[in-house]
Design a protein. Structure first.
Length: 272
């Protein structure tokens, strides 16, 4: 039986592998471009309330804190939270953070108000019930707010196994290989995530493939390229099909509707 993954045992290695690599740099660059679009769609007259759900060491949310926004970061791993606190303190941003030791499914118990923006990045693929976790966060988004979701793409996982010749593994349903401790439990099908968002009434604003070709490049290949060229090409292709849908991860962001009830409340406030 799959249980939600707690990274207490691998926090240091996980943080290094995710953020200290070319893969991590591509991911940060591409997703940050999307976050800039998200910020443009949200009110800019006040610090935003941001929840970094399962946020690890908070690499991207720290960039939001640098812009003056207020961040709540939660994680199931106490060790990961310690690393986050050290890194955030090193960057002089602790005053803008509240660190919460909590599963994402339970974070509502720790929030005084609904966030304007929720980041839910690279978490669903480590959970026993990804949909339930996403649904619990969608309930927490403020009306008019946005959720930013990044997940390990089933299509990318399938394609990688196909081009590597792992056909028997594919035929077996691509079960999780326990010897690869940093490989997610499962790939998430993009159409499922899009459906879950839309069924909850959210409007999808954008979709991006994260590492649309980098991870398919063989170490033994002979080619003429630099990392800078790879990064530039990833940025060029990441929002175009068919490359978008082949990303090893997919980033999708969606906005919660402002209900008639909310409009009425705001109107009353405006009228004193």
């Amino acid at each position: 039986m799959i249980k939600d993954r707690n990274f207490d045992d691998l926090a240091q290695k996980f943080a290094k592998n995710i953020y200290g690599t070319a893969k991590g740099q591509i991911r940060q660059t591409v997703v940050w471009q999307d976050l800039q679009q998200i910020l443009a769609a949200l009110p800019d007259n006040k610090p935003l309330s941001v929840l970094d759900a399962g946020g690890g060491v908070g690499q991207l949310s720290q960039k939001l804190a640098e812009l003056g926004h207020e961040i709540t970061l939660c994680d199931l791993s106490g060790e990961m939270l310690k690393l986050a606190e050290q890194d955030i303190a090193k960057n002089g941003l602790l005053e803008q953070y509240r660190l919460v030791h909590s599963a994402v499914q339970d974070i509502g118990e720790h929030l005084a108000e609904k966030p304007d923006l929720i980041l839910f990045h690279a978490v669903m693929e480590w959970l026993a019930d990804p949909q339930q976790a996403l649904d619990s966060l969608l309930e927490q988004v403020k009306p008019g707010g946005i959720i930013s979701v990044m997940f390990y793409n089933y299509n990318g996982l399938l394609f990688k196994n196909l081009i590597c010749g792992n056909l028997t593994h594919v035929e077996e349903g691509m079960p999780h290989r326990k010897r690869f401790k940093l490989q997610p439990y499962q790939g998430i099908k993009p159409d499922d995530v899009y459906q879950w968002l839309e069924e909850s009434g959210f409007q999808i604003l954008g979709k991006t493939g994260v590492r649309t070709f980098h991870d398919y490049m063989r170490d033994t290949m002979v080619g003429d390229y630099s990392f800078e060229q790879v990064l530039e090409m990833e940025q060029k292709l990441c929002r175009q099909e068919p490359y978008l849908s082949l990303g090893r991860y997919i980033h999708v962001y969606a906005q919660k509707p402002v209900t008639a009830e909310t409009n009425t409340i705001n109107s009353k406030k405006d009228n004193g």
